[in-house]
Design a protein around this ligand. Structure first.
Ligand code: GLN
Length: 192
């Protein structure tokens, strides 16, 4: 199994490190040709406006969209989730418009713009997941066919899945807990 990690900007090295820990081949993707032969693609956190600009500049937007529509499994974390959303409230740069979710950028305001919390994620088992939020978005609405994967205690949705597309508002690559990536790899291999 070979997983690409979009390396235009943001926290891509951390995703590659976790995938290698899970004995999975992981390659950075900066150019369209590097998308060839991938079994899955991760769009990392960072700054969605910058990622959008760079994806456009390097001709990655259309190619990634086309592959996702053909069934390539995608994982988007934080800014990556914003890039995958069909609808973005407030100002956002052009996204890939793949997942039928409405996302609000920088949803936690200035005072608590970064925090860590123990998140219940039933799909990962009983133990809570240490979720790191950094100037994170939230999912304001999931359309029919989109499964809610995790909510904060106040009810706001912070992870979701639609078919082979998985998104999280937090950064699973910044913790030692590999379960979120294992869940994505199970989607890639068809186990889940
Ligand atoms: N605030 C960033 C954005 O709107 C996302 C932050 C992140 O990826 N950690 O793109």
């Amino acid at each position: 199994m070979k997983i690409g990690v979009l390396a235009s900007q943001g926290a891509f090295i951390e995703h590659i490190t976790i995938l290698k820990q899970l004995d999975t081949e992981a390659v950075p993707v900066r150019l369209p040709g590097e998308l060839e032969g991938l079994d899955g693609l991760i769009i990392p956190g960072g700054e969605s406006t910058t990622i959008s600009l760079l994806m456009n500049a390097y001709d990655l937007m259309e190619k990634v969209s086309a592959l996702a529509l053909k069934g390539l499994p995608l994982l988007g974390t934080c800014a990556g989730m914003i890039m995958m959303a069909k609808h973005i409230t407030g100002n956002g740069a052009p996204s890939l418009e793949l997942m039928d979710i409405t996302v609000k950028r920088n949803a936690f305001g200035r005072q608590v713009d970064s925090f860590e919390t123990e998140l219940a994620i039933p799909a990962l088992g009983k133990a809570p997941f240490p979720a790191v939020f950094i100037r994170a978005p939230v999912i304001e609405h999931c359309a029919k066919g989109v499964e809610t994967i995790a909510r904060l205690k106040d009810g706001r949705i912070v992870a979701a899945r639609e078919g082979k597309m998985l998104v999280a508002a937090f950064h699973p690559e910044l913790t030692n807990d590999t379960r979120f990536h294992e869940y994505f790899l199970d989607i890639v291999s068809g186990k889940n």
